[in-house]
Design a protein around this ligand. Structure first.
Ligand code: AMP
Length: 606
């Protein structure tokens, strides 16, 4: 089922027909110097020939030719379009229709360099291939899970909100793809891993992938923030820009060119943006090139340390893209002296590392290194093909609409038998007060007081029966009130979560080392329900909630939990219920399975 993947940039077009099963290319097209009279097009390995300088005209002329390059029995089943910026609006791959194109055009102010080219590519390709689904895949979508504290800039909020100024992150298809490869290579569930992925290519970014979800990344509102890149500066004191505007009278366009095109490796080395040339010159004693490599690597190391702190630890550090996959020098400089994190580089393995489509992962850490250092081959076109294929197949399947009851969970606690006895006396057993909607579960008569660093919350209900781990489920508002910073997690996943003190009867007190979480919104369902909705345990889906269509709203990122004993029900916390003005009688409907979630399922749960 070949997928045509289109990546229209401001000066180039890359198109490839990709087999989503294997990632193999059945045909490729590269158009360069779009916008100039010297534009050229090259098919597969053939020599470039002159072509039209406009994106639409070049595609109209070249795509039919590209399709003629395909084997006779190959028929395009869907088209995946890379779109750089999805803003806050597009959190997952999206089917392309007129409405979509109109919204995307509205959002072009977010990625002025790239999105207009993406729109042109979409227009030209939908015109040419009208009978197959077209899917937009966003560089920003994987980062939709970054928490508010990490995505918010400290600007006056009214200004930030007015201009949608926040961190979005980019290279999402690559970070997601290589994180999946890591889990496969380590034969572990991505949901149990904390991975730092370093995408070091022409553009560079680092991502903290905590248990399968992006929780931090170095690019921000635009792809300019963060690491040193080929021609982009990455982080710079905004005060330095104010100074340049005053001291040199630079205007916006000049600053734009300075930061996006003249800085980074090119600016530091005075040689250009190609790391191969810079390494060669550095070896021959060129001090500018030596400094360029030092600054580049220092910045990556700094982010790795920061992201290990963000996730409270790290299990694997990944190098990918042109520089990450090929430069042993850069990997050595970045990964040396990371022993304090538990990461020990094996110099021989590092020098010998080589990855390709058949062997996409090479380990470069020592056998006893607790943190695994890996070189992983990225393939953004394959990642786009997978996501486009997935969504187009689902959109072809008949949508299932079935009412899902929504329950708002108040703060509550699950306890182990040991903790029950420590809080309520030796031999104490929980006393059921009333049954809960999930079979076998009950609200107990027992109440406890939560004591946080700032304040306490009294009369918090204990739920039964007892469990293997203590777990305190509170809302964001409770977190602020108590002064606890709890992660959003699936029930049962309490590793590295903060602790809290509990008080039971007669001043009995227990301090938990960990266990405080903010529950990830989820749906319980039986295997039969799951089959009917065409989802599996661990899928991430969108749910439309509301008593009527006029006031319905969509909850993204809802985790599916499947167990024979479950009753169909969606659980959200009190904050979410209040924000959405929902009450206990509201109902929801599985709107669509989010293709990104489905891919994550493939990443994480197989
Ligand atoms: P990408 O954007 O992923 O295609 O990466 C492009 C970058 O990878 C360029 O800066 C290249 O110089 C760099 N690169 C490719 N091969 C090597 C290599 N063998 N050693 C160092 N850098 C390389």
């Amino acid at each position: 089922m070949p997928v045509l993947v289109i990546n229209c940039g401001s000066t180039s077009i890359k198109a490839a027909v990709v087999d989503p099963e294997t990632g193999r290319r059945l045909a490729e097209l590269k158009v360069e110097r779009i916008g100039s009279p010297e534009a050229t097009a090259a098919f597969n390995d053939k020599a470039p020939t002159p072509c039209s300088s406009s994106c639409e005209e070049a595609l109209s002329a070249c795509l039919p030719e590209l399709l003629r390059e395909l084997p006779d029995d190959a028929r395009i089943t869907s088209v995946g379009h890379r779109v750089v910026h999805g803003g806050s609006h597009f959190r997952s791959p999206t089917l392309v229709d007129d409405k979509f194109v109109a919204v995307l055009e509205e959002k072009t102010d977010l990625a002025p360099l790239h999105n207009p080219a993406n729109v042109s590519g979409i227009r030209a390709t939908t015109e040419l291939l009208q009978d197959v689904p077209h899917v937009a895949v966003f560089d920003t979508a994987f980062h939709a899970t970054i928490p508010r504290r990490a995505r918010t800039y400290s600007l006056p909020q009214e200004i930030a909100n007015r201009h949608a100024i926040r961190r979005y992150g980019f290279h999402g298809t690559s970070h997601q793809f290589v994180a999946k490869r890591v889990a496969e290579f380590l034969q572990q569930d991505l949901r149990t891993l904390r991975v730092i992925t370093c995408h070091l290519g022409g553009g560079c970014s680092v991502c903290a992938v905590e248990y399968g979800r992006s929780v931090e990344t170095s690019m921000g509102m635009t792809p300019l923030e963060g690491l040193v890149m080929g021609t982009r500066s990455g982080d710079i004191d905004p005060g330095a820009l104010l100074h340049l505007m005053r001291a040199e009278g630079m205007d916006v366009n000049e600053l734009d060119i300075l930061l996006n095109r003249k800085s980074g490796l090119a600016g530091l080395s005075r040689l250009g943006n190609d790391m191969r040339d810079i390494e060669k010159q550095a070896e021959e004693g060129n001090e500018d090139c030596q400094l360029a490599i030092q600054v580049f690597c220092h910045r990556v190391r700094k982010y790795i340390g920061a992201y290990a702190a963000v996730m409270g630890g790290v299990d694997a550090i990944v190098f990918t893209a042109g520089i990450g996959q090929n430069s042993a020098v850069v990997r050595h400089r970045v990964a040396q002296r990371l022993e304090f994190l538990g990461a020990r580089l094996d110099e021989d393995r590092n020098r010998a590392a080589s990855v390709n489509r058949d062997n996409p992962v090479a380990e470069i850490s020592m056998p006893h290194s607790r943190v695994r250092l890996l070189v992983v081959r990225t393939d953004e076109s394959w990642s786009i093909a997978l996501q486009a294929n997935d969504l187009s197949q689902r959109s072809g399947a008949e949508a299932t609409t079935r009412i899902i009851p929504v329950a708002i969970s108040a703060r509550h606690i699950h306890l182990t038998q040991d903790t029950v006895e420590a809080l309520f006396g030796e031999g104490h057993e929980l006393t059921p007060l009333k049954p809960l909607s999930q079979p076998g579960q009950f609200a107990a008569t027992e109440l406890v007081t939560l004591v946080g660093p700032k304040r306490r919350i009294e009369r918090v209900r204990v739920l039964g029966p007892v469990r293997a781990k203590n777990q305190v489920e509170i809302s964001r508002t409770d977190e602020f009130y108590l002064g606890v910073d709890a992660p959003i997690r699936a029930s049962g996943d309490v590793a590295n979560s903060p602790g809290i003190t509990l008080i039971g009867t007669e001043s009995r007190q227990v301090t938990l080392e960990q266990g405080v979480i903010c529950a990830w919104r989820h749906i319980h369902m039986t295997p039969d329900d799951a089959a009917q909705f065409d989802v599996e345990d661990g899928d991430v889906v969108d749910i439309e909630v509301g008593t009527n269509r006029v006031r319905s709203l969509s909850f993204g990122d809802v985790l599916v939990r499947v167990k024979a004993s479950y009753k169909l029900e969606m659980h959200i916390d009190t904050d979410e219920g209040n924000a959405a003005e929902l009450n206990m009688s509201d109902v929801g409907e599985l709107e669509r399975t989010d293709a990104e979630g489905t891919l994550r399922k493939a990443n994480r749960f197989r």
